[in-house]
Design a protein around this ligand. Structure first.
Ligand code: PEP
Ligand code: MN
Length: 345
């Protein structure tokens, strides 16, 4: 249920609406808008009668929201969400690029790559300290040491850090060191983890599950939002389909679909979506043309020695060329790469 207030409603009228929602043992969410204020209601297991509200003073209309996700949907909040990350805004006209290695491997490796992606114009640095690997025998990440190296790279470059949180046990540590918490594809429906992250006040990048529908993905975002964390953005990283020519199938179609259904920003990760270096740049360019608010790209200067995902890593020189292409495509569609503002937090 969404209650639309009249543009000239009084504070007392709004308070009366909120009290009535709470009296029904439901949760009101005040949604300020450019034209008028709305109140979203969650917590109901069945439909609420609109007549309970639409006769109240100051109320313009009470409308049913039929979609299962509420806080993540455009019905509840019409205006685009812009997630603030350090000096940047993700979800507005600026294009944001997150780049770095798949995994933090060593101090020298991370710093070399961090400086290279910074030079090419990336705004945020990525690197996994805790890695979700298909094989238990594969490199699992440096753990806390990896987080400390990321913090060192941030100090040296000024770039905010994006890194994955794998489980509740490491959540406190990851939250302490990172600027954005990455929820990986395999954890998209780890509801216990989502609830805990939802209690934090730190930006979250929610990757799409390996076979998740748009509704399932937005319901996972709803877990974060309903716990109070509003700084959520989505990342399309390819899904499992029947094609076997690539690691995954990049669903670019979902970019305009997300923008229709939700106010949350959406970025695209063409690295995991293709798994093949030669296809990363074409799909990155296509993603920007399709309206993505940003990209996440894996970069490694010695991909043949990488401990994780070497075959899909772009060399820094190729990444620099891609950044110039993205700037040109952005300009053609009325957007620009956010100007790096390192250290000006
Ligand atoms: C990653 O970004 O390093 C990663 C593991 O991605 P995903 O969860 O999309 O597989
Ligand atoms: Mn990877």
């Amino acid at each position: 249920m969404l209650i639309l207030m009249q543009s000239d409603h009084s504070e007392a009228e709004l308070r009366a609406v909120l009290d009535k929602v709470r009296a029904l043992k439901l949760k009101p969410h005040v949604i300020p808008g450019k034209q008028s204020v709305a109140v979203g209601i969650t917590g109901n297991s069945s439909a609420i009668d609109p007549h309970l509200f639409d006769g109240l003073p100051g109320v313009r209309e009470a409308v049913r929201v039929t979609r299962p996700y509420k806080l993540a949907g455009r019905d509840f909040k019409h205006e685009d969400t812009v997630v603030k990350i350090g000096p940047y805004g993700l979800g507005g006209p600026d294009l944001i690029v997150i780049a770095g290695p798949c995994a933090v491997e060593s101090e020298t490796q991370l710093l070399r790559i961090a400086h290279a992606v910074k030079k090419a114009g990336a705004q945020l640095l990525r690197g996994g300290a805790y890695k979700p690997r298909t094989s238990p025998y594969a490199f699992q990440g440096l753990g806390k040491k990896g987080l400390q190296l990321l913090a060192k790279a941030r100090k040296e470059t000024g770039m905010p850090i994006v890194t994955e949180v794998l489980d509740q046990r490491s959540l406190d540590d990851v939250a302490k060191y990172s600027d954005v918490l990455q929820v990986g594809a395999r954890n998209m429906q780890n509801f216990a983890l989502l609830k805990e992250i939802g209690q934090l006040r730190k930006p979250v990048m929610l990757k799409r599950g390996l076979s998740a529908t748009l509704d399932e993905w937005l319901m996972s975002a709803e877990y974060l939002l309903s716990e109070g964390n509003k700084d959520v953005f989505l990342c399309e990283r390819g899904i499992r389909a029947f094609s076997d020519h690539a690691r995954n199938t990049l669903d670019l179609n979902v970019v305009p679909a997300v923008k229709e259904m939700s106010h949350l920003p959406i970025i695209v990760d063409p690295s995991h979506a293709t798994g093949v270096r030669s296809r990363v740049a074409p799909m990155a360019r296509a993603a920007v043309a399709a309206g993505a608010h940003g990209l996440m790209i894996e970069v490694h200067d010695r991909p043949d020695q990488a401990l994780c995902d070497g075959p899909q890593a772009l060399h820094p020189d190729d990444f620099a060329v891609l950044m110039r292409d993205i700037a040109a495509i952005g300009a053609a569609t009325g957007r620009a790469l956010a100007t790096p503002a390192y250290g000006k937090k």
